[in-house]
Each structure stands twice: as C-alpha cells, then as structure tokens.
Design a protein around this ligand. Structure first.
Ligand code: NAP
Length: 247
C-alpha cells in the first residue's frame, strides 16, 4: 500500500530537478500526478511516460505560473483529467545570482512573480475545490536562503523569505481542512545554480554532512508532508540542507 494511494497531485516546475523527483516519489506512493513545466517539454513528456509505467495516471501541463489565465486553465485541466486535486506543490523557480547594482527592475519583478505571484495564483485556484472536498495539502518549495540570505542572491532570498511567510499566513487561514507547509532545501545539485565544480566542492566540505544534496534527499520530505504521516504539521518549514542552516 502506498502512502498516497488514491491521491492526485499537481507539481509546478515538476519536469526537472527536485520537482521531477517529487513527481516520481508521489507516483511511487500511489498518487496520480500532473507535471507542470514552462519550457522543457521533452522532460515533462518523458516523466509522464515514467509515471505511466508505474501504473499511475500522469499529465504534462504547460503553464507560466505567473500568468493568471494560464494557471486557471492548468488547474481546470487537472481537475477535468483527475476529477479532484488533493496536493499542490508550488515548486517552480528561477535563479539569477547578481549584485544589487546589476539587478534590473525586470529581474527583480520576474523573481518575485515566479516565486510569489506563482504560489499565490496556484493556491487561489486550488483552494476552492479543496475546501469543497474538506481537505488538501499545499507544499511550497522555499530555500535555506529564506533564513540566511546570501550575497548576490538578494532578489531570490527575498522571494523565498516571502514564500516562507506566505506559507505561515496561509496555513493559519486554511487550517484545519487544508494543511500548508514548506520545504527549504539547502544546495541541491540539480544545475539550478550553475556553480563551478570547485565551488561546489568547497561548499560540500563546509557542510556538517560533507556533501551537496540530491533531489532524492529532498523528495521524501514532500511525501511525508503530503501523506497522513504529516497530519500534525501546519505552517512548518522543514529543512533538508545537510546542516548548513539550523533555524
Ligand atoms: P530546476 O530543475 O531548474 O527546476 C526549476 C523548475 O521551474 C523547472 O521545472 C522550470 O520549468 C520551472 N519554471 C521556471 N519558471 C517557471 C514558470 N514561470 N512557470 C512554470 N514553471 C516554471 O531547479 P531545481 O533545483 O529543481 O529547483 C526547483 C525548486 O527548488 C525551485 O523553486 C528552487 O528555487 C528550489 N530550490 C532549489 C535549490 C537547489 O539548490 N537546487 C535549493 C533550494 C530551493 P522548465 O524546465 O520548463 O523551464
């Protein structure tokens, strides 16, 4: 028996990296999964085939999470295909390391839009059907930088800090029927942050656990929060980060 048997999930930015591993883990635990993406369609279609092969229903849905019309259409499509939506993972993200003096208004606004407006729009669409059913789980992918910040990552850190507080506020608003929580990973080796290998080795060495994270270090935390095992978590942020930040 899977821990998510009979459940359905939508994972934004689900085609690659952390989101991909979460989709696979959810499917392995019995969930049907909608995989959102914006550009890399072959990765999304390939993942759908892998989930199909595990005997679960899967759907690739292209949508820019910053666009109200596209998010609405995406959620409608998922509801039509699966008949219900039990789990939303707000995982879509972008990264751009730059000094504040090099950051344009467009850079800043895009960072806020993908991480914050995207989570807001997706939550606004899924909450009514979840409330109608009387249950639901929402999990937001934050970052350890939400706590610590990092030089040259000011926009990203601010966006993730905002997402952490969004999680806490929404958790209070929607409980007890809908549980809202977050996961704040440390550096996970997905290519999201294109650091040179030497810098990655340096960071790994500085961590108490002495290695960078992998998507499969993080995905089980999402499964835990999405499953009944996470039933007493509300507005929490769990941090698989190798010990780098201990909030
Ligand atoms: P990734 O493989 O590059 O994943 C980013 C995902 O976001 C991709 O699926 C991408 O879709 C999607 N995306 C970007 N903009 C979008 C938009 N406007 N609408 C819909 N989808 C959009 O990197 P990752 O490492 O797995 O990152 C996933 C999440 O984890 C992000 O929120 C990131 O901030 C967070 N995180 C990552 C790390 C890390 O070290 N890797 C650490 C902490 C937190 P396409 O592939 O179609 O472009």
């Amino acid at each position: 028996m899977g821990r998510l048997d009979g459940k359905t999930a939508l994972v934004t930015g689900g085609n690659t990296g952390i989101g991909r591993e979460v989709c696979l883990a959810f499917a392995s635990e019995g969930a049907d999964v909608a995989v959102n993406y914006i550009v890399r369609e072959p990765e999304a279609e390939n993942l759908v085939r892998m989930i199909d092969a595990r005997g679960r229903r899967a759907l690739a849905v292209k949508a820019d999470v910053t666009r109200e019309d596209e998010v609405r259409a995406m959620v409608q499509r998922v509801l039509l295909a699966f008949g219900r939506l039990d789990i939303l993972v707000n995982n879509a993200g972008i990264q751009k390391a730059q000094a504040i003096t090099e950051t344009t208004v467009e850079d800043w606004d895009r960072m806020m839009a993908v991480h914050l407006r995207g989570a807001f729009l997706c939550c606004r669409e899924v909450v009514p059907p979840m409330q109608a059913r009387g249950s639901g789980k929402i999990i937001n992918t934050c970052s350890q930088l939400a706590y610590s910040g990092r030089a040259r990552y000011t926009a990203y850190s601010a966006a993730k800090g905002g997402l952490l507080t969004f999680t806490r506020a929404l958790a209070q608003e929607l409980a007890p029927a809908i549980q809202v929580n977050a996961v704040a990973p440390g550096l996970i080796d997905t290519g999201f942050d294109p650091l040179p290998e030497s810098r990655k080795r340096e960071i790994a060495e500085s961590l108490p656990l002495k290695r960078l994270g992998r998507p499969d270090d993080v995905a089980p935390v999402f499964v835990f929060l999405a499953s009944d095992e996470g039933r007493y978590f509300c507005g929490q942020t769990l941090g698989p980060n190798g010990g780098e930040v201990m909030p």
